[in-house]
Write a protein that binds this ligand. Structure first.
Ligand code: M6R
Length: 606
């Protein structure tokens, strides 16, 4: 979603602002802009589309201010045009904004009644006018911003610069994250520490409700009530984890290929391999006392939760209530106090997941989260944080974060089974052994990617693709379909194979590829029956299995032989072919693999 940067520098900052914005590109955007104060005057340049367009504008019409703000916009209110692009500006103030102002209509009507002419479709323009009216009323910039902020409802982050002030920037956070960076006689602002990594590793995160008055000499932070507050200054690891593609063509390819390593690291964090037992550091959950777990997440992280439901229920005999966070948060679900609510999120900033977490907090739940970004809002609002050690995930399509989430969830389900007395020591040793084999199986798959390239040529011609799975591999099929649709734009749906006859089989004809997730497990014979039903109607079967092709008992379009894996760990291993099918198809089709249209990496609005 939208990205914000700000720099109080000692030389012209527009080039650095664009560099910082490039590091936020992964979040997804459709227009961009920068504004600076030069000789006391505000100036801005904006452009639709990618940052190259903004760079071209700046090359034609440079901005030379030494203080500036920049923005990548993912359209919410109003189309992704240059007019709607940020920064928004009046004669006195320029503002960039991430998030949604929920009382947009009311504020807009008030401004219009007061004679203000609005020139864009955005909620952000309203903020610029509100602050301007406060300035016109004689307030200084800090008071003007404070007054305007009090009127805004919703989740947002904002940054302002002012006409006539070349050493003043004001930023505020209400829901959407903001990091302040400290330099040598310079100060920085960014939606995350990755944006600031080239400039500084010394970072403070604003808390919800904070607003900060920044000059080149430092920052003064106040909380919602206007009280001066200190926030911890920390060393960011973002620069150590510098984001580049290595030898890969796309971040997604790099992240797919990193999985043996990062899943191995994540497992090592939660497993005592010497004793072949799971060991969750600082585990504060009393699994034996629980009647159920509630899991809530979005997108790929939700599918990780769906897989975990099978694991918790089987290994720990612990019922799991799971829903997508956007439904969970409004369902008014009754919850027994002192239950466990578990949230899964790569970014740790997904607005719906965060809202579901806050609902569960109000319901007296203990909050645990599985996150990839340790400084994130979800991590900070949790009683227990179980980190995935995936490193920064830049490709919009989640890959390594998903398998690392599964690694953590697998360990947690084993720990729950042990605590509840439903898992014998012998079985734990067996499952830990299976998990320790996962990185090796992943490496084997990644050494043989030729088949995916060939398959891509066929899938690229398809209008619809079905993915089928059963049991714990049903969510793997859902994830496969999501991966394909988000980066190739081919319509794809995942189904529980047993549901085929209840509707989706009507879609099948000779033009429909059917990807079947079929590890040789207790459900193998059943899914083979389902794939034969699809093949009998002309469906073009893509058979993913450790079994021989002949075991499918019908003609196959493609068979991809996968390593024989333990039933428990199949979802971690079969996730890779799902990713590779989508990646190779998208590359063949020439789509924007890392930043697919309309999508954002971190979905900070609901
Ligand atoms: O950062 P989160 O894990 O909370 O994000 C959740 C979803 O937005 C995310 O998984 C999304 O579905 C991915 N684009 C899928 O590849």
């Amino acid at each position: 979603m939208c990205g914000i940067v700000g720099i109080l520098g000692r030389k012209p900052v527009s080039g650095q602002l664009v560099e910082a914005l490039k590091r936020l590109e992964y979040r997804g955007y459709d227009s961009a802009g920068v504004a600076t104060v030069e000789n006391g005057e505000l100036g801005r340049r904006r452009a639709e589309g990618k940052l190259q367009n903004l760079e071209a504008r700046l090359a034609d019409e440079p901005l030379m201010g030494r203080i500036g703000i920049g923005h990548t916009r993912w359209a919410t209110h109003g189309a992704p045009t240059e007019t709607n692009a940020h920064p928004h500006m009046t004669k006195r103030v320029s503002v960039v904004h991430n998030g949604i102002i929920e009382n947009f209509n009311q504020l807009g009507s008030e401004l219009k009644s007061a004679g203000v002419e609005l020139s864009t479709d955005t909620d952000t323009e309203l903020i610029a006018h509100m602050v301007t009216r406060e300035l016109d009323a004689g307030h200084d910039p800090a008071v003007a911003v404070q007054h305007a902020l009090r009127r805004l409802e919703g989740a947002f982050a904002v940054a302002f610069i002012f006409k006539g002030h070349d050493n003043l920037m004001i930023a505020a956070r209400q829901g959407s994250p903001l990091a302040i960076g400290f330099g040598d006689g310079e100060m920085y602002l960014g939606s995350d520490a990755i944006a600031l990594a080239p400039f500084t590793d010394t970072i403070t995160y604003l808390e919800d409700g904070d607003w900060a008055v920044m000059t080149r000499e430092g920052v003064a932070i106040r909380d919602r009530e206007g009280m001066a507050v200190e926030r911890p200054v920390q060393k960011s690891v973002a620069s150590a984890l510098m984001v580049d593609k290595g030898n890969h063509r796309h971040f997604m390819a790099k992240e797919i290929h990193e999985q043996p390593e990062v899943v191995g690291h994540t497992l090592a964090h939660f497993i005592d391999f010497a004793n072949e037992r799971v060991h969750i550091p600082d585990l504060s959950i009393d699994f034996a006392s629980l009647n159920r777990i509630s899991i809530s997440a979005c997108g790929t992280a939700y599918y990780a939760g769906l897989i975990a439901k099978y694991w918790f229920e089987k290994l720990a005999r612990l019922p799991v209530e799971i829903d997508v966070a956007s439904e969970f948060r409004y369902r008014e679900i009754p919850m027994e106090r002192n239950g466990l609510a578990l949230f899964i999120s790569q970014s740790g900033e997904t607005a719906d997941t965060l809202a579901a977490l806050r609902y569960c907090r109000e319901q007296g739940q203990n909050i645990a989260s599985i996150v990839n970004v340790r400084e994130s809002s979800i991590a900070r609002d949790s009683d227990l944080v179980l980190p995935t050690l995936a490193g920064p995930e830049i490709g919009v399509a989640s890959t390594k974060a998903f398998t690392c989430q599964l690694a953590v969830l697998a360990c947690l389900a084993i720990a729950a089974g042990r605590a509840r007395g439903t898992l014998s020591e012998e079985t734990e040793v067996e499952l830990v052994g299976a998990l320790s084999e996962v990185p090796r199986h992943m490496s084997a798959i990644l050494r043989e990617v030729g088949a995916y390239d060939a398959l891509a040529h066929t899938l690229a011609k398809a209008g619809d693709v079905l993915y089928l799975g059963r049991g714990v591999n049903y969510p793997v099929a859902l994830e496969g379909a999501l991966k394909l649709k988000e980066i190739s734009y081919i319509h794809a749906e995942g189904y529980a194979a047993g549901e085929l006859k209840h509707g989706p089989i009507a879609l099948i004809d000779e033009a429909v590829p059917v990807v079947v997730v079929a590890p040789r497990d207790g459900m193998f014979e059943k899914i083979v029956s389902n794939l034969q039903e699809a093949a009998a109607r002309g469906g073009q079967i893509v058979f993913l299995s450790d079994a021989e092709e002949s075991a499918a008992g019908c003609d196959l379009m493609t068979a991809i032989k996968l390593p024989a894996v333990h039933t428990f760990t199949a979802p971690l291993v079969y996730a890779l072919p799902m990713q590779l099918i989508a990646y190779h198809t998208a590359v063949f089709m020439g789509t924007d693999v890392d930043q697919p249209r309309n999508l954002a990496k971190s979905v900070t609005v609901e």
